[in-house]
Design a protein around this ligand. Structure first.
Ligand code: PLP
Length: 301
């Protein structure tokens, strides 16, 4: 079974209980709605199991701590709750969206005195990319806005407010006929796309920017480990945007994207090449392996 975003017949886990979607309501004075105090995850279901469930659940807790709050559930409880949502909705594939946020008891910038809520929502819509676009590679443009400074954007956190710029740039890109935008960090180095990490193949080496101030993706970690297992050389380092023109292949990776080749950056074309395809095949074996739900290579969390 798969749910669409508008299908409210399914079930959601909300503050400790699996309830019908229709029963989930949010007060208009919710702190997170006004001041962005929400943290979230995006997780993908393969054959009824959630890839790197432990790692995603821990990252959710870490993200909340960055905003100075504790989610009132342990990692193990969050994992159980996620499994309960997958089971209640009978999902074999699709996504789940855990989200924690500060509630509505107190109005004002300070979140002190507000309750921390947690919901785990099934989110089974397939990505907007067609199979054809995936095969040929997606077309991307360079974003105007940069990711915010390292002072408040550590790579381990997935904080709602940090996505404001991503959303603006993604919409601009889509309206201009591109599939996505590539973002620079606050210093002007290559960072990631609006919702996925980036890899370049330069002189036979797999190169990826160091995620000091953007998301250190769980898929990204899996990709680096798969490449190293093949004996390929992998470099995590500062990447200048000019290096895009030297790359023989470019691809993005993330929970929603999985591994998707980039066909062009502002008209500069790439082959949707062998490195991305090989890693995609390896990745599909990994998500069906016995340790699918664990931390895997995401031990940094
Ligand atoms: N970067 C951003 C901004 C994202 O939203 C995502 C997706 O969640 C990623 C990177 C990839 O992270 P992950 O592989 O953990 O899904």
């Amino acid at each position: 079974m798969s749910l669409s975003m508008d299908d409210r017949d399914g079930f959601i886990w909300l503050d400790g209980k699996v309830v019908p979607w229709r029963d989930s309501r949010m007060h208009v004075l919710t702190h997170a709605l006004h001041y962005g105090s929400a943290v979230f995850e995006g997780e993908r279901i393969y054959d009824g199991r959630v890839f790197r469930l432990a790692a995603h659940s821990q990252r959710l807790i870490n993200s909340a701590r960055l905003l100075d709050y504790e989610i009132p559930w342990t990692r193990q409880q969050i994992e159980e709750a996620t499994r309960a949502v997958v089971k209640a909705n009978g999902l074999q594939s699709g996504y789940v969206r855990p989200i924690a946020w500060r509630g509505s008891e107190v109005m004002g910038v300070s979140a002190i005195g507000t309750t921390v809520h947690l919901a785990i929502a099934p989110w089974a819509q397939e990505g907007r990319l067609s199979v054809q676009a995936r095969d040929a590679g997606i077309n991307v443009t360079m974003a105007k806005y940069r990711r915010p400074s390292a002072d408040f954007a550590p790579g381990h956190a997935k904080v709602a407010g940090l996505y404001l710029i991503c959303g603006i740039e993604k919409d601009k890109a889509l309206k201009a006929g591109f599939d996505d935008a590539l973002m620079l960090d606050w210093k002007g180095d290559l960072a990631e796309s609006t919702g996925a990490n980036i890899f370049l193949v330069i002189d036979g080496t797999l190169v990826t920017p160091t995620p000091e101030n953007f998301l250190d993706g769980i898929t990204r970690r899996a990709v680096m480990s798969l490449a190293r297992k093949r004996g390929w050389s992998v470099e995590e380092r500062t990447v200048k945007p000019q290096e895009l023109s030297r790359a023989s292949e470019v691809f993005l990776c993330g929970t929603a994207a999985e591994i998707v080749p980039v066909g062009s950056v502002d008209g500069h074309n790439y082959q949707a090449g062998p490195v991305a395809r090989t890693l995609m095949a390896d990745f599909h074996k990994l998500v069906r392996s016995p340790d699918c739900e664990g931390f895997g290579e995401s031990t940094h969390l």
